[in-house]
Design a protein around this ligand. Structure first.
Ligand code: COA
Length: 317
């Protein structure tokens, strides 16, 4: 993973927003249609309920609008829209539709790195700011319920829909991003995949094993590059797949689970949306102060992984 070039224009997050569909499906409701139970799902995954419905564009517009409002920006101020999603509404044009509905007048692209999508999009947006953009809107949205096999108890309890967005603004002096890491291992595609037009297929146990390893490797690379240790991390925002994966990764990284942001008990795994949803939840709860070190770490199908170390608010220590 390359180091950030000295003197590159940095950025800070100046606004955030979230969107979740209204329809809630509890574990008991799932248990009414398949051979599972609330107890099994809670203890094996940490998920109590999930939200399903809406379109990728619709949820993105909602979270993106909130992020713009919080940043106090009119749509014309945004220089680029990056939409991370593995469930676009159409073959192309979902990001363009969001751009249009938000009233933006900039370029709009989609990034697909499965559940690591938001990490890839966030790094990409920092890169565009380093190359001259002043402001970027980064949205992570997925509507996995559309590609979930609702008769498969091995996957149906896990996946759901949602969206989270952040506004990135260029700053003078050091920005928030101290280091980043992006990884992929295509040999692992056969353990978690979906054919075009098909549903999610997964070898759960193997994904679990690999996920912990990928997260730990990626987070350690980013922390080493940033010159920090686990003790320095105030908040870790992991991909929200399974509380046992989060616990195992935190244990191996040496970060107490109390320092992890978690929303999966009420959202399920929302893929590209999971990290921005958990980050927004922690920010709204006042868990992050200026200068805190925040570690974002994701993994997903592909398999992909990615991490960012942020100094909240940017600037020097
Ligand atoms: N309800 C009840 N029983 C279930 C079940 C369900 N929804 N799903 C599987 N089982 C059963 C299995 O058939 C098995 O029964 P058996 O012992 O009689 O054979 C038993 O529960 C244990 O199954 P196993 O697959 O070993 O459970 P697990 O502890 O590995 O948990 C997952 C399964 C899917 C929750 C877990 O492997 C996981 O979270 N993996 C990672 C998935 C993931 O995060 N994917 C997204 C990545 S972005």
């Amino acid at each position: 993973m390359p180091a950030i070039r000295p003197g590159a224009t940095g950025a800070v997050i100046s606004g955030w927003g979230t969107a979740l569909p209204e329809k809630v499906i509890s574990n008991d409701e799932l248990a009414a249609t398949m051979d599972t139970s609330d107890e099994w799902i809670r203890t094996r995954t940490g998920i109590h309920e999930r939200r399903v419905g809406g379109s990728t564009a619709g949820l993105s517009v909602e979270s993106g609008r909130q992020a713009l409002e919080m940043a106090g920006l009119t749509p014309d101020r945004i220089d680029v829209l990056v939409l991370a999603t593995t469930t676009p509404d159409k073959q192309w044009g979902t990001a363009s539709l969001v751009q249009h509905e938000l009233g933006l007048s900039c370029g709009a692209i989609e990034v697909n790195a499965a559940c690591s999508g938001f990490m890839y999009g966030l790094v990409q947006a920092h890169g565009m700011i380093a190359m001259g953009a002043d402001r970027a809107l980064v949205i992570g949205t997925d509507t996995l319920s559309r590609i979930t096999d609702w008769d498969d108890r091995g996957t149906a309890p896990l996946f759901a829909d949602g969206s989270g967005a952040v506004v990135l603004e260029a700053v003078d002096g050091p920005g928030q991003l101290l280091a980043w890491d992006l990884d992929a291992d295509g040999s692992l595609l056969p353990i978690l995949w979906a054919d075009v037009g098909g549903t999610i297929k997964m070898e759960g146990k193997e994904v679990f094993r690999r996920a912990v390893r990928l997260m730990v490797d990626s987070a350690e690379k980013a922390m080493t590059q940033a010159g920090i240790t686990a003790d320095d991390v105030s908040l870790v925002v992991p991909h929200q797949a399974n509380i046992r994966i989060i616990q195992a990764a935190c244990d191996r990284l040496g970060i107490p689970i109390e320092r992890a942001a978690t929303v999966l008990h009420r959202t399920g795994n929302t893929s590209s949306a999971s990290i921005p949803l958990a980050l927004a939840d922690a920010l709204d709860a006042g868990r992050v102060q200026h200068g805190d070190l925040v570690l974002l770490v994701g993994f997903g199908g592909g398999m992909t992984a990615g991490s960012c170390v942020l100094r909240w608010g940017g600037g020097v220590e």
